[in-house]
Design a protein around this ligand. Structure first.
Ligand code: BQF
Length: 288
């Protein structure tokens, strides 16, 4: 068997095409351009690329963005005061605010995420928005899980009733992904198992997955024997190596057993950025 590629780049382009029309409508009806504020603290090279992808994405769909670059030695209070200013943003509109992660170590992320207005929290990381997701009334869905859910739904991959195994339990990907897929209704109704670095007999569990979602942060961690023949494999990992980007999945081995697989690059990544744009338009609507 050789797996069908789930093309995230192509779907991202399609969703951006849809968004461009919706953004144009919004501007016509509200005389205001949906605007994203992106805060980058320090100069981590990955983060630089990610923020640039987001700014470029805004341009592509006709939204505005403002980038706030703070030096690596910025204090927590300095960051909090910029966020407070953007929360208000009276004279010039800011509809969505994102603080690029990870943050330098002098800043406690658990102090920063609750400081972003929950109505502008386009990453969906504010505790109120996390709580809403848990209770089945989401406001902003976290971008990576949102993108993965769209990839499955729009490729007509059955989710309801199937066994999804999520490998990784981060607050940004694994945890919200599990919640979204176990939710009732479209894009949900799955049976979800969450595994992580301390799970015993991991291959025994991953082999039971109809849909295997991997966000464990270790290059080529999932190998062919860990995958059930015909399974759908979603690779969230991104690792820079001498031979380019690789994911958490050993693509060449796993694509021989899986039914569907996402590539790296061009799989989940472009969708993560695109769902941020979707959330920014949603934030602009929320504030009108
Ligand atoms: C692609 C991210 C880890 C930690 C913080 C396109 C992106 C990546 C890959 C991108 C990511 C990863 C982002 C590709 C944003 C995804 O073509 O494969 C886009 O920009 N991402 C982030 O903002 O923070 C992260 C991963």
């Amino acid at each position: 068997m050789t797996a069908a590629i789930l093309d995230g780049k192509k779907l991202a382009k399609q969703i951006r095409d849809e968004l461009r029309d919706e953004v144009a409508d919004f501007i016509e009806n509200n005389a205001e351009v949906p605007t994203l504020a992106a805060i980058l603290v320090g100069n981590d090279s990955g983060s630089e690329v990610y923020v640039r992808n987001k700014v470029t994405g805004c341009e592509q769909v006709g939204m505005q963005s403002r980038m706030y670059r703070l030096p690596a030695e910025t204090s927590q209070d300095e960051l909090l005061s910029l966020i407070a200013k953007l929360n208000k943003a009276k004279d010039e509109p800011v509809h969505g605010i994102l603080v690029q992660l990870p943050l330098p170590k002098q800043i406690d992320v658990t102090r920063i995420l609750p400081a972003v207005s929950p109505l502008k929290d386009v990453d969906g990381f504010h505790p109120e928005n996390v709580g809403r997701l848990v209770q089945g009334k989401p406001r902003f869905l976290p971008c990576t899980p949102f993108g993965i859910q769209q990839l499955l739904v729009r490729n007509k991959i059955e989710i309801a009733g199937r066994h999804v195994v999520v490998v990784g339990r981060s607050d940004t990907v694994g945890k919200p992904m599990a919640l979204m897929l176990m939710q009732r209704g479209l894009g949900g109704d799955a049976t979800v198992t969450v595994c992580h670095s301390k799970t015993n007999n991991l291959p025994e569990i991953t082999r039971q997955a109809d849909i295997l979602i991997v966000a464990i942060g270790q290059p080529k961690f999932i190998t062919a024997p860990m995958v059930k023949p015909g399974a759908v494999v979603i690779d969230v990992g991104i690792h820079r190596t001498g031979k380019g980007l690789v994911g958490d999945v050993d693509f060449s081995g796993v694509s021989r057993v899986a039914g569907h697989i996402t590539p790296v690059p061009g799989g989940v990544g472009p969708l993560t950025v695109t769902m941020l744009l979707v959330n920014t338009l949603a934030a602009a609507r929320l504030l009108h």
